[in-house]
Design a protein around this ligand. Structure first.
Ligand code: BYC
Ligand code: FE
Ligand code: FE
Length: 472
């Protein structure tokens, strides 16, 4: 069966109706996307009405249209920020030259690799989260999960649009491959490490949307600076949706933290677990895990790939506008590197240090979120502080992956790390405990024992709104 592609089915601002070639490519790809969604998307709930936000245009009143939708009927659209007349390269060797509307031949492979890597994370996250619907702590949370899932689906569409429109036959092949790799599959895994890790319960979902979606924010922001204009414009629009994903994560963890504090005060001996909550030291372990998995997503500390992508004008820094200098020739970045098993501070040629520069911007943003969690703890009158572990701790990519470190960043030997790691990272027993708490709560307005209610509902609606119609 060939799907009929219309503006009504695929809301867009890329003149899809007038582009026969793109229509034909998408008519072939869309049924494959839908069968991937059925096979690998959320388990269950596909026939239920979910109160979802759909982007129907890029205008202020069009990008957040709310209504009940059955997920398979979600209108996955294609939106690019409107073109800015006269835009020039903001950085790199071509700074000041007009941006490209077509793929420059010499950088084709590098650009395709960036688009494919970005595109691969989107369906990967949907696969990682596919079983969570069965144990949602409330209808509000269930709806937020599905909102994130359909939007990650749309982000896949965004990258597939670029592949189909600008990369010819190999673009179409890559678009098919994006539906064939599987998160965690040993034969055909997703490209980046963190996207092959399981998201087995809601604490890890909240940590993932806090820390891993935030990598998305920083990577998309770096690509939003691109001199390949269609990529820049696509990523700019994706960033509008990303804000909600990080909101789900930050407020999700904040509500778990708040509940832990309430239960600590209620229990005579402060035993949160005895009352069905998640204690703060356990929350710290999951923070350590998901933050460090996400640090890996920025790549190696010293990277010629990063230097090449910057030189070519394909991937910039976070908010290039903030900087005075955009060529980065002869400048340096002072950072810790590993030499003979020791951490030493060195000046690294700036272009080669750009992964670390972006990672450090990301860390600052994570710290702002952790500060807000600590404010919640303080407001509850509890004496405890959550902290971000060092960038040297528990790394699997880059120079620190070859050594062991404490969360404070002190290098230690492997035996000591192994002996202490369950004080720092979730143990099998922690995991069993967290899973034991995961039961679906389906009555509107009710919450699971381990999480506080949200401060407000979605789109101005009350907390007890029927965000998912389970009966229908
Ligand atoms: N896992 O020069 P290096 C999101 C590989 S999240 C596995 O150090 P480079 C989202 C690398 O590929 C945002 N392999 O790093 C969030 C290379 O392999 P080859 C996703 C890794 O290339 C939540 C080798 O190691 N977007 O949107 O400068 C839900 C040496 O690489 C990893 C992007 O990532 C890893 N973690 O930087 C949904 C943007 N790291 O070529 C969605 C596009 C490195 O030697 N991607 N390697 O075989 C990029 O800009 C870059 O590919 C990376 C890596 C920043 C990821
Ligand atoms: Fe995304
Ligand atoms: Fe996201």
């Amino acid at each position: 069966m060939t799907a009929v592609i219309t503006d009504e089915k695929i809301p867009n601002n890329v003149n899809l109706a007038g582009d026969r070639r793109l229509q034909r490519a998408l008519e072939e790809w869309q049924p494959h996307f839908l069968s991937w969604w059925q096979d690998m998307g959320p388990v269950g709930f596909q026939a239920k009405d979910v109160y979802l936000r759909t982007a129907v245009s890029v205008e202020a009143d069009g990008w957040a249209h709310f209504d009940y939708v059955k997920m398979p009927d979600y209108r996955w659209g294609i939106f690019l920020e409107p073109k800015q007349a006269g835009r020039v390269h903001g950085f790199g060797d071509n700074q000041g030259q007009p941006v490209w509307d077509e793929v420059p031949g010499e950088f084709r492979n590098m650009l395709r690799r960036l688009v494919v890597t970005q595109g691969d994370t989107e369906p990967a996250s949907v696969e990682q989260q596919r079983h969570l619907g069965a144990t949602a702590p409330s209808l509000y949370d269930l709806r937020n999960l599905f909102q994130v899932n359909v939007e990650e689906g749309r982000h896949l569409w965004a990258m597939v649009y670029l592949l189909h429109t600008y990369f010819g036959r190999d673009g179409r092949e890559e678009a098919e491959e994006l539906l064939k790799r599987r998160s965690g599959d040993s034969d055909k895994p997703r490209i980046l490490g963190a996207f092959n890790e399981p998201t087995p319960h809601w604490l890890s979902f909240f940590m993932f949307t806090m820390f891993t979606d935030r990598d998305g924010k920083y990577q998309l922001a770096a690509l939003a600076e691109s001199g390949f204009d269609p990529l820049a414009r696509t990523c700019r629009f994706m960033l509008t949706e990303e804000a909600h994903h990080m909101f789900v994560g930050e407020t999700g963890v904040q509500r778990v933290v708040k509940r832990a504090c309430e239960l600590m005060k209620q229990a005579p001996n402060g035993d949160v677990r005895a009352q069905g909550g998640i204690d703060l030291p356990t929350i710290q372990k999951y923070l350590n895990l998901h933050f460090t998995l996400s640090l890996d997503l920025f790549g190696g500390e010293v990277s010629s790939n990063a230097a090449d992508a910057f030189a070519a004008g394909l991937k910039g820094r976070y908010k290039e506008d903030r900087y005075d200098e955009h060529k980065l020739i002869g400048t340096h970045y002072t950072m810790d590197v590993l030499e003979d098993g020791k951490a030493v501070t060195k000046d690294i040629a700036m272009r080669n240090a750009l992964n670390e520069v972006l990672r450090n911007e990301y860390i600052k943003d994570c710290q702002r979120g952790v500060d807000r969690w600590n404010k919640t703890i303080k407001d509850e009158g509890v004496d405890f502080e959550l902290t971000l572990p060092s960038h040297k701790f528990h790394r699997q990519i880059g120079m620190w992956s070859t050594v062991c470190a404490t969360p404070a960043g002190e290098l230690i030997d492997r035996a000591e790390f192994e002996a202490k790691k369950h004080a720092w990272l979730p143990s099998a027993a922690d995991e069993t405990y967290i899973k034991s708490l995961m039961h679906a709560v389906t009555e509107p307005g009710k919450m699971a024992s381990w999480v506080a209610p949200p401060a407000k509902g979605i789109n101005g609606l009350p907390g007890e709104f029927q965000y998912v119609r389970l009966g229908a």
